[in-house]
Design a protein around this ligand. Structure first.
Ligand code: ZN
Ligand code: ZN
Length: 329
């Protein structure tokens, strides 16, 4: 099969012909149709996340059809269309797994990081961590739901029930979260890179009630803010804008250092938290909710061979919505 492979962080992916994987017990062989490109992939390829398996096939927002079943597979049948997310395996035995926090499992394995992922014509995945995909989505439209959607949704839940929600970084996750938040009758205040008029318009078109640069002040106090941009300096900026008891949620897996700030902007029971990975429950809840909203994803499609170009455009902030690799088309 054709695959795009990371040999060394910091170097572009290499196009290669590699053996098609075999599904082990409980695993599915999936013919990949689409794999979205996540900012996390960029952090892996650039070496900011330091423990990938190598060589690695990246990609953890996979949509495809089942080509072969491993032994003991009961949840799916050949030909089913399914999605594979970032959380690829958990131990089921550690304190976190037993406490409903499998996202924090001590031994968790992650698709496209410690397991091979979807920048390839085929991949294997553990059936227990795969999701059915609603028929109303095309393959490419569904792919960003698998991480931008699911982890975006977890971030939204962590933000609490407040009505006025700030979102920093209006990329793939934010464009999905904004639609869910609007469906929940909340108000979105979108913060973009200063001067990025296109991103502002994108946010307003998705229902934000206000959009401005991260250096601008919204017209109201916020109840909560979610930061998807990997820029630590946004944390104290957001804290200053949330009211008493408000929460600032850091939704990314990597962020630059957070500068020191006066205690007064944290006091009055404001809090800062991060979101790590997802649980299967987050995924099921979100995949049930998405077609009801209905969440529509805006995607820019690249052939598999152009994965490096897709990553480059994502890094330069040139993707509106989500970049998706179309595979086996
Ligand atoms: Zn991701
Ligand atoms: Zn565990």
């Amino acid at each position: 099969m054709l695959a795009m492979i990371l040999d060394t962080p910091g170097k572009p992916l290499r196009k290669a012909d590699v053996p098609t994987p075999k599904p082990g017990p409980g695993q599915l062989l999936i013919r990949v149709h689409a794999c979205a490109v996540c900012r996390t992939d960029l952090h892996i390829v650039d070496g900011e996340l330091t423990h990938p398996k190598l060589p690695l096939i990246p990609g953890h927002e996979i949509v495809g059809t089942i080509a072969e079943l491993g032994k003991e597979v009961t949840r799916f049948k050949i030909g089913d269309r399914i999605g594979v997310p970032w959380l690829g395996w958990t131990c089921g035995e550690c304190a976190f797994c037993k406490n409903g926090q499998e996202n924090l499992c001590d031994k968790a394995r992650f698709t496209g990081y410690t397991l091979d992922g979807g920048y390839a014509e085929y991949t294997v995945a553990d059936q227990r961590f795969c999701f059915s995909i609603a028929d109303s989505y095309s393959d490419a439209e569904a792919a960003p739901l698998l991480c931008a959607g699911m982890i975006g949704y977890r971030s939204l839940v962590k933000a609490g029930n407040g009505k006025r929600l700030g979102i920093y970084g209006f990329g793939a996750a934010a464009h999905i979260v904004a639609q869910v938040a609007k469906y929940q009758q909340r108000e979105i205040y979108a913060f973009t890179r200063p001067g990025d008029e296109e991103a502002k318009n994108f946010a307003l078109n998705l229902g934000a009630v206000w959009a401005g640069g991260s250096n601008e002040l919204p017209p109201v106090k916020l109840d909560a803010a979610i930061i998807f941009a990997p820029a630590g300096e946004l944390v104290p900026q957001a804290l200053k804008l949330v009211g008493k008891g408000g929460t600032v949620v850091c939704g990314g897996i990597h962020m630059s250092d957070i500068p020191s700030f006066p205690y007064s902007i944290l006091w009055e029971e404001r809090s800062i938290c991060s979101v790590a990975n997802l649980t299967r429950r987050d995924g099921e809840e979100f995949m049930t909710l998405a077609p009801k909203v209905p969440v529509r994803t805006e995607v820019e499609i690249f052939p598999l061979e152009e994965a490096n170009e897709a990553l480059h455009r994502l890094k330069s902030g040139k993707i509106q919505g989500a970049a998706v690799l179309a595979i086996n088309r």
